[in-house]
Design a binder for this molecule. Structure first.
Ligand SMILES: C[S@@+](CC[C@H](N)C(=O)[O-])C[C@H]1O[C@@H](n2cnc3c(N)ncnc32)[C@H](O)[C@@H]1O
Length: 246
């Protein structure tokens, strides 16, 4: 990965996904925002990428080799600035964590925090999560996939850009081991309903909600600053957890 603080220009957007993965052409779940790297983020990228960074590759990584252990692997899609991911990894040294994010300043921020916390059980990709999952992650290898506050794509005409789509959740099913869990959270009711609809129709999963819809936020998902503010303003947050059963 390049360490130069180059701003992402439109022509630097990742190449279109390959022909072999037709559904990926339809999901364009992110826009690469221009964002300056702070000095701290750039330093973190320069100093800590070798220890924490994973590069996209077109064949599955050996996760036992990557982590030097066969502990359960939790994979987070779109970790943002990575605060909650670092907190979860710090709180659960008995698990290994992989974070995927396309936003370079977020990757830099997360690297800095991960190094400061002395984490050994976290690795990061700076790449499109759909491509990473499809090509770099082995089938049946994940114990949890987490997707917290994905871009809601509010406007109806943009709903096709939402990452939670039936083909995408079948990709997750393939990568989760049987008994593994897909955990989503959103503060956008319309997206929560969309998630529920997609998951209810998805073969191979069972809803872990006692009421067949949403679950309470599990203690291991840290409450973000953003959520605390939302709670004060009376905004809702919906957590959904589905287990792979076949
Ligand atoms: C609304 S933010 C939420 C960030 C974080 N999860 C949180 O709760 O603060 C969504 C994040 O997902 C990232 N993202 C969206 N699609 C992605 C993809 N296909 N691969 C990797 N990251 C993606 C975006 O860059 C953005 O940082």
């Amino acid at each position: 990965m390049s360490n130069t603080p180059v701003q992402p220009e439109p022509q630097q957007l990742p190449a279109e996904p390959s022909e072999s993965v037709p559904y990926m052409r339809k999901i364009r779940s992110f826009v690469l925002r221009e964002g300056r790297l702070t000095k701290g983020q750039q330093n973190a990228l320069d100093n800590h990428w070798p220890a924490f960074g994973l590069n996209y590759q077109d064949s599955p990584l050996n996760l036992e080799q990557v982590f030097g252990s066969s502990a359960p692997v939790v994979l987070e899609i779109g970790f943002g600035m990575g605060k909650s991911l670092v907190e979860m990894a710090s709180n659960a040294p008995e698990k290994n964590f992989i974070g995927i994010e396309v936003h370079k300043p977020g990757v830099g921020a997360c690297l800095g925090d991960a190094a400061a916390a002395g984490l050994r059980n976290l690795r990061l990709f700076e790449h499109d999560a759909v491509e990473v999952l499809n090509d770099s992650i082995a089938d049946n290898s994940l114990s949890t996939v987490q997707l917290f506050f994905p871009d809601p794509w509010h406007k109806k005409r943009h709903h096709k850009r939402r990452i939670v789509q039936s083909e995408f959740v079948q990709l997750l099913r393939q990568k989760l081991r049987i008994g593994g869990v897909f955990h989503m959270a959103t503060d956008w009711q319309n997206y929560a309903e969309h998630m529920l609809e997609v998951m209810q129709a998805a073969p191979g999963f069972t809803n872990l909600s006692a009421t067949s819809d949403y679950v309470e936020r599990p203690a291991e998902r840290p409450l973000t600053k953003f959520e605390q503010r939302g709670q004060r303003l009376g905004h809702g947050v919906w957590d959904l957890m589905f287990e792979r059963i076949s």
